[in-house]
Design a protein around this ligand. Structure first.
Ligand code: NAP
Length: 335
């Protein structure tokens, strides 16, 4: 019987913790498709979940890892066959269904995304859920009227995974990107991936947010939540489009109706886990070609599976720049 390595999360005596274990295929959650993992990644959500910092896991024990890329090993669903190149992310993966931190995953056929021809498993995980979510936010914002001529677009948590990919894609599309970061030392990095301006988060006075302030931005991608999202809403121009992606600074939002009723601001919810498959596939196809974030890709750090547990803490402390790819399966950048 095939056995393999997995990083599994347990709840024992009321405490959540994770460790490497050896599993067999029959021990994985059910699904029609078995995929052999080449690469996974680290997302903020993985860091929140591995030790219970955030109440992310909904079943125990559960293999962690909210995304993976690899090839189909076997399928009882006619849509997939051995050797197909795929990505799996979102739905319940790594949250309530055994996830991507394992050499094999077994998932429902409806969760599987066909990896675009030119995108290797490594390429896919240089973007991962974070990059996908940045692209989804931009797709939704443009669908709601945002165009480069509308004016500057702000990105918060700009050095993070979602932030970095958002900065690069927006710049590629011709937007004037204002990267907002807590890391003064990363200004050159942010300009290097396409930011036109870099604003230090510490320079903003979030203690006095007015219902409406100077109309400055045509849009924003917010990874932080809390006061900074309230501030972003107050400084939107007429018709501004704000994508709410994350909660790295907090999940509460204390605002007024003024930006909505006096400036027609759109506040868009961005949920990567439940995106319908047609849109999900469309976004991945864009990420493979015209939206491909080459600069972020070239600066990812790749770690071995064994090293995974030592990397979560930096995510929880907001210290990470760009993306981390986890080499789970065969050691190759191909396939
Ligand atoms: N809605 C969805 O479907 C979806 C999908 C993916 C991610 N997310 C969420 O989006 C957020 C970003 O995810 P990610 O994977 O990009 O995370 P990440 O790589 O860890 O980046 C987060 C960035 O936010 C900033 N930050 C972190 N902690 C902070 C704090 N306490 N206060 C203020 N800023 C802080 C830092 O950037 P700077 O130092 O540059 O400011 C950090 O690099 C997370 O909240 C995540 O849960 C949501």
């Amino acid at each position: 019987m095939t056995t393999f390595k997995a990083y599994r999360t347990f709840e024992e005596n009321g405490a959540v913790s994770s460790r490497f274990v050896t599993l067999s295929l029959d021990e994985l959650d059910h699904g029609e498709v078995i995929v052999r993992t080449k690469y996974s990644t680290i997302n903020y959500k993985d860091a929140l979940s591995h030790n219970g910092t955030g109440k992310i896991m909904r079943k125990f024990p559960c293999v962690a890892g909210i995304d993976m890329a690899g090839t189909v090993e076997a399928s009882s669903d006619a849509r997939w066959k051995k050797g197909d190149k795929v990505i799996v992310h979102g739905y319940d993966l790594g949250v309530a269904h055994d996830g991507g931190y394992a050499e094999y995953v077994r998932v429902p056929a409806a969760w599987v995304v066909r990896r675009p021809e030119s995108m290797t498993a490594f390429d896919a995980m240089t973007m991962g859920t974070a990059g996908y979510t940045a692209a989804l936010a931009i797709e939704l914002m443009q669908h709601n009227g945002l165009v480069p001529a509308s004016g500057p677009v702000a990105v918060t948590g700009a050095t993070g995974g979602v932030g970095s990919v958002a900065v690069e894609i927006l710049a590629k599309l011709g937007y004037h990107v204002v990267a907002i970061t807590g890391k003064a030392e990363e200004s050159d990095y942010l300009k290097g991936i396409g930011a036109s301006e870099v604003l230090r988060r510490q320079s903003l006075d979030l203690t006095k947010i007015r219902p409406l302030d100077k109309a400055t931005y045509a849009g924003a991608i917010d990874n932080l939540g809390g006061d900074i999202l309230a501030w972003l809403l107050s400084v939107q121009k007429v018709g501004g489009v704000v994508g709410s992606v994350g909660l790295a600074a907090g999940y509460k939002l204390n605002t007024t109706v003024m930006p909505f009723i006096l400036r027609g601001v759109h506040l868009l919810g961005v949920d990567s886990s439940g995106t319908p498959m047609a849109l999900r596939q469309k976004i991945w196809n864009k990420l493979a070609v015209e939206w491909r974030p080459d600069r972020v890709h070239d600066q990812v750090r790749t770690i071995d599976f064994d090293e995974l547990p030592t990397h979560f803490d930096a995510y929880l402390k907001g210290l990470v720049r760009g993306r981390t790819v986890v080499r789970v399966g065969a050691d190759t950048h191909g396939g």
